[in-house]
Write a protein that binds this ligand. Structure first.
Ligand code: AMP
Ligand code: ZN
Length: 138
């Protein structure tokens, strides 16, 4: 897509800080990182998010995430991380070209994804699961 910033990065019209690339995937450092090594793993073909990406690309993206995790552990002794995909406006997706955030974590790094929890939502679980079964999709 011509107006997509990540398509411009993939084509190197905007020069990326590349951590890894192959025919299908590029992984480059986030230009506003949460921690050192915060990397975005993207398909070289434009997909918006989890809803439209092909399973082949998704599998390759996850395989690359694993590869980078192992490299980080070996080279930088980073053994903890978050792997995040934001989808849609309310999912806080800002760039609408599929990406996985791989965010290295360590003790006392000040990063906090410890959100408020709502245990009372368990009351709705039976109905929730029933609706999924009724959909016939899974
Ligand atoms: P999201 O909220 O999941 O859509 O996150 C988009 C991410 O892309 C943010 O973490 C941004 O810092 C990052 N980002 C945006 N533009 C660039 C760029 N030109 N190079 C590297 N990372 C970028
Ligand atoms: Zn794109």
């Amino acid at each position: 897509m011509s107006d997509c910033i990540f398509c411009k990065i993939v084509s190197k019209e905007i020069p990326p800080d590349i951590v890894y690339e192959n025919e299908m995937v590029m992984a480059f450092l986030d230009n506003n990182p949460i921690s050192l090594g915060h990397v975005l793993i993207v398909p070289k073909k434009h997909y918006e998010n989890i809803y439209d990406i092909s399973e082949d690309y998704l599998k390759e993206l996850i395989a690359v995430a694993k590869k980078i995790s192992l490299v980080y552990r070996k080279v930088f002794e980073i053994s903890d991380l978050n792997l995040i995909h934001n989808a849609g406006k309310n999912g806080q997706q800002v760039v609408f070209h599929f990406h996985l955030h791989l965010i290295p974590r360590k003790e006392g790094d000040g990063v906090d994804f410890d959100n408020k929890k709502f245990p009372e939502l368990r009351e709705k679980y039976d109905e929730f699961i029933e609706k999924i079964k009724d959909s016939g999709i899974v």
